[in-house]
Design a protein around this ligand. Structure first.
Ligand code: FAD
Ligand code: FES
Length: 240
């Protein structure tokens, strides 16, 4: 963990209630990790995944949910945030030659940096991105530049009609390991279909660095903190 100041370079809408914030600061982040932003007038910091990190520049993708993320949409160039950086563990991509990345909604955020990691290793990942409907889609063109992309929408307004797990079952995509992030219900369905992967989990967080036990989940190895032992867990180890 590292406490730093990060300066906003840009903050733009990329879809329905969905924004991209680019910040710069003295940190090094890897795929799967997250940061915690201290927002003005908010007691608890807000956790966000590393959607892209390169050369001291961090991209966050965020969905407006409540007061904190709503306030974030008003933030402009030059705003300085107090940030807890380099939090959590990372995806394990060692020996993976045929990756499948599966994201639902804002859960696609950490998968973008991961798809870039594979691209930098000369591996084009297969990616399934799931959205409620066509209007909620975002970052599809960015993924397409580095990965083979399949889209699923719940209402069938674009791509496969159904959720990402149904899409995976119907597809003939070959993979040696999957990496997934999205709503808990999606991750549970995916893990019961196949445990050949890793899941990036979300939980309501207090401290964000292992001190309060507020983000504890059950695993086959006992209790684990999403912020410390996670957020990335083997699909075979999570008890839903
Ligand atoms: C490790 C981790 C990584 C995350 N990465 C991202 C990301 O990349 N992009 C993004 O948009 N969001 C991400 N989130 C979720 C994000 O932290 C919350 O959406 C944000 O804190 C909400 O703040 P708020 O003040 O807008 O909403 P609040 O007012 O705090 O909450 C609004 C509503 O959302 C619910 N809620 C808040 N946080 C969560 C949560 N973590 N899980 C489920 N429900 C929640 C609350 O119960 C409430 O109903 C991540 C969360 C975790 C734990
Ligand atoms: S949020 Fe405090 S231990 Fe995880």
């Amino acid at each position: 963990m590292k406490q730093i100041k990060m300066t906003v370079l840009s903050n733009t809408s990329v879809g329905h209630d969905t924004f991209e914030m680019i910040l710069t600061g003295d940190t090094i982040l890897r795929s799967g990790q997250f940061i915690e932003l201290q927002l003005p007038n908010k007691y608890l910091r807000r956790p966000f995944s590393v959607a892209r990190y390169k050369d001291n520049t961090l991209t966050l993708l965020y969905k407006v949910l409540g007061a904190g993320t709503s306030d974030m949409t008003e933030v402009g160039f030059g705003t300085v945030f107090d940030v807890l950086s380099e939090l959590g563990n990372t995806f394990d991509i060692s020996n993976v030659t045929s990756p499948l990345l599966i994201g639902g909604g804002i859960g696609i955020a950490p998968l973008f940096n991961l798809a870039n990691d594979f691209a930098e290793k000369g591996i084009t990942a297969n990616v399934i991105l799931g959205f409620r409907n066509k209007d909620e889609m975002f970052y599809v063109e960015e993924f397409k530049k580095i990965a083979n992309v399949t889209i699923a929408t719940d209402d069938g307004s674009f791509g496969f009609a159904g959720n990402v797990v149904e899409c995976l079952k119907r597809s003939n995509i070959a993979y040696d390991k999957y990496f997934a992030c999205g709503p808990m219900v999606m991750l549970k369905a995916l893990a019961s279909h196949s445990d050949m992967g890793e899941l990036s989990l979300e939980a309501r967080m207090g401290c964000g660095f292992g001190a309060c036990m507020g983000c504890t989940i059950q695993t086959t190895k006992g209790y684990a903190r999403v912020c410390k032992e996670g957020p990335v867990f083997k699909a075979s180890e999570v008890i839903f």
